[in-house]
Design a protein around this ligand. Sequence first.
Ligand SMILES: Nc1ncnc2c1ncn2[C@@H]1O[C@H](COP(=O)(O)OP(=O)(O)OP(=O)(O)O)[C@@H](O)[C@H]1O
Ligand SMILES: [Mg+2]
Length: 151
Amino acid sequence: MATLISHSVADTEALGEAWGRAARNGLVIGLSGDLGAGKTQLVKGIARGLGITGRVHSPTFTLVNVYTGGRLTLFHLDLYRLETREQILSAGIEEYLRPEGVTVIEWAERLFGQVHSPQSTVHSLSGFVRRVNIETLTNDERRISYEDFGA
Ligand SMILES: Nc1ncnc2c1ncn2[C@@H]1O[C@H](COP(=O)(O)OP(=O)(O)OP(=O)(O)O)[C@@H](O)[C@H]1O
Ligand SMILES: [Mg+2]
């Protein structure tokens, strides 16, 4: 597990941008963290790193936002409104768990279980997953920790 401190929105976006630049086809990034932690800011960076120029915002009325025009397609899911794992799976998200492109999921613990928990179901669902946890430390500071699972 890696941990770093972000001191600003720009720091968080720069981290996402580096991940986007390095992302391989099929990567799934699961984001956890409270309201306003910075999950969507991180997605903005990932999109930029993939070379996507369109506006990034959380899907609210749809399950997924799809951003094309970059090196890989980015699928952006937000599970905030889906409370149980059963609801999530019946919403039809399986195809995004082995994406042709890169998937980022906000509120991923609703699907994968708590971050850094040994009972995590990550392996059974996806190929290659990065689990990310963002903790709010102060107004501008965030502790971002992440760990990779799978192939
Ligand atoms: N270091 C930081 N990294 C990211 N965001 C920060 C940071 N410092 C302050 N912020 C602020 O925190 C907020 C993060 O909002 P964002 O929408 O990314 O959160 P979120 O985790 O996606 O929340 P939600 O659960 O509502 O989707 C923004 O208002 C941003 O300006
Ligand atoms: Mg968000």
